[in-house]
Design a protein around this ligand. Sequence first.
Ligand code: GLC
Ligand code: MG
Length: 249
Amino acid sequence: VNSALISDIDNTLLGNKRALRQLVGWLKEHRGKLAFGVATGRTIDSAVAILRQWQVPAPEVWITSVGSEIHYGVRRIPDTGWASHIRHKWRRDALAELMKTLPGLSLQAAGNQREFKLSYIADPDKMPPLEEINHHLREQQLCAQLIYSHNEFLDVLPIRASKGHAIRYLAYKWGFPLRNFLVAGDSGNDHEMLVGDTLGVVVGNHSQELEPLRGMEQIYFAHEHYAAGILEGIAHYRFNEIKPAASQA
Ligand code: GLC
Ligand code: MG
C-alpha cells in the first residue's frame, strides 16, 4: 500500500447509488495498492450501519466521531495510541460545564456524545460567535477545538483531534506522504482535513461553508455530485497513477 483514499460518508460517499457502485468497483481494482478509509462525524456503530445499508465494503480505516476515534478493518480494532495522543489537555467535564452556560446551544442526543467529543445543536441567531466561545475557554484555561458545520452543529473536540489530524497521524504511521492521500468531503467538518498537503476533492453538492476553499492549491472542486465527484477528483489528480512512495522523491 502506498496511497489512501479517505472520504467523508454523508453526502460525499453516499447520495448516488450508481456512482457509488462505480467507485466501489474502482476501489476493488486497486486493492492492495491503496487503502480505503472513511472520515465522519458519525459514531463507529452508526458508520458501520450506514455503510452496510449502502453495501459499501468495510474500509481499512474508520475515522469517526469527527476524528476523535480511529478503528481498523472489518474487526474494527480501536487505535489506543490515538486515544492517548489526543487525551492531551482534554478536560471533558469542565468543558461541558462551561458550554452549559452559553446561550443558543443544546446538547445533541446522548448517543452522539463520546469520550473525546461533545456535540451541540446550535441556534446561529442565539449562540455567541466562535471567537467569543474561544475567549471563554481561554479565560478558564481550557483547551478545545470548536468545529461548526451546517449552520446547525457545534462539536467540541480535544485540540489534537480532528479528521485532518487523524489523517496526518495515519500518514506518519503508514510512512507515506500526505500527497498520496486523496481526501473528499462536502461540508464544514471536512474543511480542516481538506486544507492539508493532501489531494483535496470537494464534491459538487457541497455546502456553502466550503466555498472559501475555492482556488486554493490542491483543492479540486468537482462538478459531479457525491461519489461521482470523488471519481472526477480521482481522474483530475490521475490518482490511479500514484507511484510507490520510494520512487517519488
Ligand atoms: C454528525 C454527528 C454529530 C456532529 C455532526 C457534525 O452528524 O452525528 O454529532 O455534530 O456530524 O460534525
Ligand atoms: Mg458530509
